[in-house]
Ligand binder design. Structure first.
Ligand code: B12
Ligand code: SF4
Length: 446
């Protein structure tokens, strides 16, 4: 049988097209290993129906694309397709929302359970047109990436980066996040990651982990093994990890050309991972990473409870004064099934229940020390300044002086211009909230 694996692009959700989540490749490999034909399709809601050919459709769903995915699922079912839904949106109990809208919904999955599901479909035990929805869950966290993940690393469009996973899980529990395999941390074997890198055509890969570098010994070994391949690697990690000079030096040798760290806020009110924030120390760490020839992006969240009207200027000034090459800032977004969502709901501070607006650029909660309008306007002004041409010129010139006119500077100039054009448009299309008004109807709440 054949299966189409679908990822729907939301209107203000442009990262989806640049980076393919590794679960899509994983589902394809598992299906093919079972003798099925499988295709991955990343499309807009409008194109979805016409692009599907297979009788079975699997969809990986992020919260802002949930409403569009439901609409597509319902249409596909009227065309006699079997629809399976899963993805970050359904983790932690959200499958109730999908009942009646698809044939199968998965809060989590493992290879074993996926195999059984395909068997059930082949045997007609799950057939098109049924009214009930089956629920799947992998409570023991048996999910692992396929050993032959390398088969998929070149299956991407020319503009997409290869996404290679190196670990699973996260030992932390940030209030705004609901990590897969919470409290656990499982490394992939170094040999399979090196296989993936060696197989990869083109020079750039994103190691898509929650906290790259958490296991220092393993990371040092991985970087030594990657060094001869001379690839350009992008990673996401924490400020605590990059404060380790030995680890940063190993990353540089292994081919890491750019990394992003979650700084979240400059306010003393939120000390992520228990580390007290010291601005000067952070500035020094950023400069040290830069001195190792690695571009560094700082990720910030605006609208946290500890943020007042000064938070925009503080983040902007830090960006300008530090040697951060890029700043990524998003609005606090209470994704369903997070502790944050539950707390804000209890405090009656969720002002927008339309998942489509949970896109990091729309105010969906009532902030504590700001009005929703102040947060919206402050964020927009921040973006206009940070992603303006003046700063692009300033930061790219700085990178040119530090790194020369090589790969890093080119990569950075492209990234800045991408943000200026695409994200600038995305942000300006986000609707302004009327303070305290939940004026959009809920999709449905579980
Ligand atoms: C690494 C990472 C990325 C990487 C790789 C993505 C990935 N999924 O691995 C990149 C950089 C690409 C990324 C991008 C984004 N991310 Co991200 N990411 C993470 C992070 C830190 C780790 C993810 C991880 O380890 N995934 C491992 C894989 C195996 O998990 P998974 O994809 O969820 O799949 C599991 C289940 O969901 C299920 N499943 C998934 N799809 C399907 C489909 C079917 C049919 C079935 C049966 C099962 C199934 O199977 C898996 C095993 O159970 C998490 C936070 C965390 N610790 O979980 C955030 C997280 C998943 N990201 C998030 C978001 C919002 C984004 C972006 C929208 C950000 C943006 N600004 O654009 C983009 C969009 C991604 C896209 N669609 O292209 C949110 C999702 C919240 C939500 N409810 O939607 C999270 C939870 C972080 C957060 N709270 O802010 N991300
Ligand atoms: S934000 Fe990052 S560190 Fe915090 S729980 Fe999520 S994945 Fe883990």
């Amino acid at each position: 049988m054949d299966i189409d694996i679908l990822s729907i692009n939301n209107r203000r959700f442009c990262m989806t097209s640049l980076l393919r989540p590794p679960i899509l490749n994983t589902l394809r490999i598992w299906s093919e290993n079972q003798g099925w034909g499988a295709r991955i399709i990343t499309v807009s809601e409008k194109e979805a129906l016409a692009s599907v050919r297979a009788p079975v459709v699997a969809m990986s769903v992020y919260t802002p694309s949930a409403p569009a995915s439901y609409r597509v699922a319902e249409k596909l079912r009227t065309h006699g397709k079997i629809v399976i839904m899963g993805g970050p949106h359904f983790r932690g109990g959200m499958s109730a929302e999908a009942m009646g809208r698809c044939d199968v919904v998965a809060e989590s999955i493992s290879e074993h359970k996926w195999g059984h599901l395909l068997d059930d479909i082949e045997a007609g035990r799950i057939a098109p047109g049924a009214h009930s929805t089956h629920k799947l869950i992998d409570p023991e966290d048996n999910f692992r990436y396929p050993a032959d993940y390398r088969r998929s690393v070149n299956d991407r469009s020319w503009y997409q980066l290869a996404t290679i996973p190196t670990s699973l899980g996260c030992p932390y529990g940030c209030e705004f996040c609901d990590p897969l395999m919470k409290g656990k941390y499982v490394d992939r074997g170094i040999d399979v990651i090196i296989d993936d890198l060696a197989e990869m055509k083109g020079g750039v890969a994103l190691f898509c982990d929650a906290t790259f570098g958490l296991n220092k010994k393993y990371t040092m070994e991985l970087m030594e093994a990657a060094a001869p391949l001379r690839k350009n690697i992008l990673v996401e990690t924490s400020i605590a990890r990059v404060a380790d000079k030995e680890l940063v030096a190993a990353m540089a040798r292994g081919g890491v050309k750019a990394l992003e760290v979650g700084i979240e806020t400059l306010s003393e009110g939120l000390n992520k991972h228990g580390s007290k924030k010291n601005h000067q120390k952070m500035m020094d760490t950023i400069a040290m990473v830069h001195d190792h020839g690695i571009l560094i992006q700082g990720n910030f969240i605006l609208g946290l409870d500890c943020d007042g009207p000064e938070c925009f200027d503080k983040a902007y000034e830090f960006y300008i004064k530090s040697r951060l090459d890029f700043i990524y800032a998003n609005l606090l977004t209470p994704f369903p099934a997070t502790t944050l969502y539950r707390r804000l709901k209890e405090e009656e501070r969720i002002i927008d229940h339309n998942w489509e607006n949970y896109d990091f650029a729309t105010v969906v909660h009532r902030p504590k020390n700001l009005s929703p309008d102040q947060l919206h306007d402050g964020y927009h002004q921040f973006c206009a300044a940070a992603y303006g041409m003046g700063n692009i010129a300033r930061k790219v010139t700085r990178a040119g002086l530090d790194f020369g006119l090589g790969k890093q500077t080119a990569l950075m100039a492209l990234y800045h211009l991408y943000y200026h054009r695409v994200v600038g448009k995305m942000i300006s299309s986000a609707p302004r909230r009327k303070p305290g008004l939940a004026f959009l109807e809920p999709v449905s709440e579980s």
